[in-house]
Design a protein around this ligand. Sequence first.
Ligand code: NAD
Length: 225
Amino acid sequence: MENEEKKIYVSQAVKKRLPRYYRYLRQLLEDGKLRISSLELAALMNVTASQIRQDLNCFGGFGQQGYGYNVKYLFGKISEILGVGERYTAVIIGAGNLGHALAASGTFKDRGVILKALFDISSEKIGKSISGFPVYSLDELDEYCMNERVDIAVLTVPGSAVASVSEKIAATDIKGVWNFSEVELSLPPRLSVENVHLGDKLMNLCYDIKSNQSEEESAGAGQEE
Ligand code: NAD
């Protein structure tokens, strides 16, 4: 069908890089930059120009020979691919340290996601507000989701609570879980899950430091020989 919107499929590797393009292009727009060459964008993002061209070609290029990329257009297209304009809505489940920090950050707003509320089981937290967002009892989640559109649940509960909270999430129309708990989720396949594990990233960093040290040591030993 001619009018049917063409669905864009991108590889997992490109999908992972898109949020980074989104961040850099948003900053360029804020700085009033209207166009940018693949070379300039590559230097800014510390990748190769051919990587940029390859990535952006996946969904039609958007660049013009001799002109470079129109920043606003490219930002618009990447926002569209990432669903930023969909105005997805989120709730945080677990109003503890991490729940507080996420509610207070610009993480949601900066990416077009509307944070609506937090849910918890602690009577000390229920009924209060955190960074202007109401905290409700987890028992109200089901009813809340029937009355309000909720697309994303942000999971910041202790590991021991994950199984029971997952069951509650699965019983709603929530479409995706941003999982900060360090437990693998068991959810129906209709739900998308994105796991975040900062500790793993720290270990990757330690690994890189250790590898660099070993390389330096063996290079040093080589010179001494
Ligand atoms: P926290 O103890 O400060 O907060 C947990 C909150 O969850 C509390 O407010 C508690 O009342 C609430 N809660 C407990 N059971 C609940 C339930 N069944 N339903 C709803 N709320 C419930 O803990 P935190 O430091 O905010 O950490 C939260 C989670 O995030 C933990 O699982 C922790 O391991 C994890 N964490 C992950 C990362 C990461 O990189 N992914 C980093 C830090 C913490």
